[in-house]
Design a protein around this ligand. Structure first.
Ligand SMILES: Nc1nc2c(ncn2[C@@H]2O[C@H](COP(=O)(O)OP(=O)(O)O)[C@@H](O)[C@H]2O)c(=O)[nH]1
Ligand SMILES: Nc1ncnc2c1ncn2[C@@H]1O[C@H](COP(=O)(O)OP(=O)(O)O)[C@@H](O)[C@H]1O
Length: 211
């Protein structure tokens, strides 16, 4: 570790992925409420807004032509097609925040995760959330009541594809009981912050212990 690394800590990119309906939005909201030190990377999407979602908070809801312009202007860290819509991580804000040592939470799919890992493996921590079973996954999609039967069928059909990427992730957590799942995800975040390379002030502290 270079001598002056203790002076500065880069933020970490904490990525949650799962098949749709497994509970990553629920876990994300709980983490953002419980932990003042992490903020959400708000993606841009061309998908229509769901009831209860707020523009600029859950997503930046943009038109197809606005999304095209963002792609042309190289505004995205990564972007992908998911369920017939486009989703992307705007880069300016995140890059600046990471440099300043702030941590960000990403609710993105496996395609986005692969792109971020390629760009910046050192700062990326990835967590895959699994549902306890496929019938339970369908129940959750139905209970959320935000999608038509067709869209739910589409999400169920995509679930196996999504799950096939589980082994690309650092951590895997089954979301059976939501409280237990949340605690596990929070523990992962806490442990990752304790990595030697992410702690500031260690070098002078240890040096002083050894004098
Ligand atoms: N690659 C990528 N995927 C995203 C982004 N934002 C959201 N997603 C993923 O797009 C998928 C669909 O999201 P959404 O329509 O909100 O439905 P959800 O599956 O119920 O959360 C989920 O797997 C999200 O993780 C992004 O910026 N980039
Ligand atoms: N452990 C759980 N047990 C039962 N229902 C859950 C659990 N976790 C999430 N849910 C519910 O399942 C639905 C889908 O969860 P959501 O967080 O929107 O999933 P995702 O963001 O992965 O699509 C929501 O109605 C949510 O309240």
């Amino acid at each position: 570790m270079p001598e002056n690394d203790h002076l500065h800590r880069r933020g970490l990119m904490f990525i949650l992925s799962s098949p749709s309906g497994a509970g990553k939005t629920t876990i994300s909201h709980r983490l953002l409420t419980a932990d003042d030190e992490i903020e959400l990377s708000v993606s841009a999407t061309t998908r229509p807004k769901r009831e209860g979602e707020v523009d600029g908070v859950d997503y930046h809801f943009v038109s197809e032509s606005q999304f095209d312009r963002m792609v042309d202007e190289d505004d995205f860290y990564e972007w992908a097609h998911v369920f017939g819509h486009r989703y992307g991580t705007p880069k300016g804000y995140i890059r600046k925040g990471l440099k300043e040592g702030r941590d960000f939470l990403f609710d993105i799919d496996w395609q986005g995760t692969q792109q971020l890992k390629q760009k910046d493996d050192q700062d990326v921590v990835t967590v895959f959330i699994l549902p306890p079973s496929l019938p339970e996954l369908r129940r959750r999609l139905e209970s959320r009541a935000t999608d038509s039967a067709d869209v739910i069928d589409g999400r169920m059909n995509r679930a196996r594809d999504e799950i096939s990427h589980w082994a690309e992730y650092d951590y895997v957590v089954v979301n059976d009981d939501v409280d237990e799942c949340f605690v596990k995800v929070r523990e992962i975040l806490h442990a990752e912050r304790m990595r030697r390379t992410r702690q500031t002030g260690l070098i002078p502290f240890v040096r002083q212990l050894m004098e």
